[in-house]
Design a protein around this ligand. Sequence first.
Ligand code: ADP
Ligand code: ZN
Ligand code: MG
Length: 494
Amino acid sequence: MSLMASSMTTAVSSEAIARYEPVIGLEVHVQLATRTKIFCGCPTSFGAPPNTNVCPVCLGLPGALPVLSRQAVELAIEAALALNCRVNSRSIFARKNYFYPDLPKGYQISQYDQPLAEHGYVDIEVGGVQKRIGITRVHMEDDAGKSIHEGFKDSDRYTYVDLNRSGTPLIEIVSDPDIRSADEAHAYLTAIKQVLQYVEVSSCDMEKGHLRCDANVSVRLKGAEKFGTKAEVKNLNSFRFLKLAVDQEIERQVGILESGGRVLQETRLFNVETGETVGMRSKEHAHDYRYFPEPDLVPLRISETWLSDIRAKMPELPAARRARFIESFGLREYDAQVLTATRAMSDYFEKVAAASGDPRAAANWVMGDLAGLLKADGKEIEESPVRAANLGRLVALIAQGKISGKLAKEVFPKMFASGKTPEAIMAEENLTQISDEGALGKIIDEVIAANPKQLEQYRSGKTAVMNFFLGQVMKASRGQADPAAVTKLLKEKL
Ligand code: ADP
Ligand code: ZN
Ligand code: MG
């Protein structure tokens, strides 16, 4: 049947797919940003020579005892709170037994029936529609080592084991089966990544494997009550692959059902080359893992005081900050989204806004001119050569009429190139706005003298020619003249 299934995948019509509703739940693994491993003092640093960041505990040597890292627990709690979970006052570590060459203990230390936290959610938005995705649980566990495969010919093929990653602290975030499309899955993972980076629980660097995702997918006829049988696609290590794999899996399952087959409950792998998922093994069940409470660790107890201390140390979460930007700065929803995309972005904008006294103008400068120059240079906001206070001052100078908006647009790239203050650039370039009547009067006299025809037109009643003179004066002053002062003087002189 699996042969039939794979040959059917290309033949599935969009009409057939439209008759079904996908049901998706994600299991996301996140590496916590601790300095040391979860049960020993070995460093978690990336890229060390193979098998150098190891000790008897993370090598699983007999008699070595695990000691739980306080920092790992605190980061896991921060993650759980950021994901709106209830943190259990008591949770239990459990052994999940399986055999694999990169798992020297022969079991993973995880949590099973009493996890760290439960009943959370994240809000996503797809196509302008808001939706809440439930989070079933967040639990802590240790990571396995890495198998590195080398060579292609059977006679010359080796697998190496690197145990540097063994014992790295992870949290697993399990979603409710609330997701209904590949786009929603993408938005959900984006939201998780954003909020966890925001609270600095993890770098969530997918390239380094700090964020990994398994997608559980099933389909059912629209209107059906019961969920279909799910297949789990393992180890999706990019947002693009997540979307491709989910869509491909939906199509494959609809193909099977439409041709009268049955979807098997199994674990599948996404083949990056072909864009298809392939069966790996029939799904193991929880009882296959022989879970039992980890005898070497006491129950993890989290007191109300500890919890509230952690809560107090956490930054304002992006959703709350977004709401505040809209409420107290009068920003548009979209702008507030962009300006809270990362912690660094929110912090930068907030400083510009404070120094400028004009948050909405500040928002435009950050999202417009600054974002443009950063993008052209391939820089992140953290690397901005313009300090937030300096951009804020530039915006304030415009509001105070000390520089025109047009000139400010010339000053800003120079600030970006040099890192200097707006005042320094304006002084260097002689760009201070001219509102001194003597200096302006001289320029105006010259402009009038040079344009006798227009002067005559004006005097014969064509007052619209005023704009011509204003334009000429602005040009002659290289945009430095204060337009209000010029208009006033022109009226007198003409
Ligand atoms: P298992 O026991 O196979 O690990 P769980 O009930 O623990 O299954 O769920 C694992 C993940 O699969 C969760 O994210 C959950 O939301 C999701 N899930 C459960 N049932 C379905 C289904 N029928 N279709 C799609 N996803 C599902
Ligand atoms: Zn160790
Ligand atoms: Mg499960």
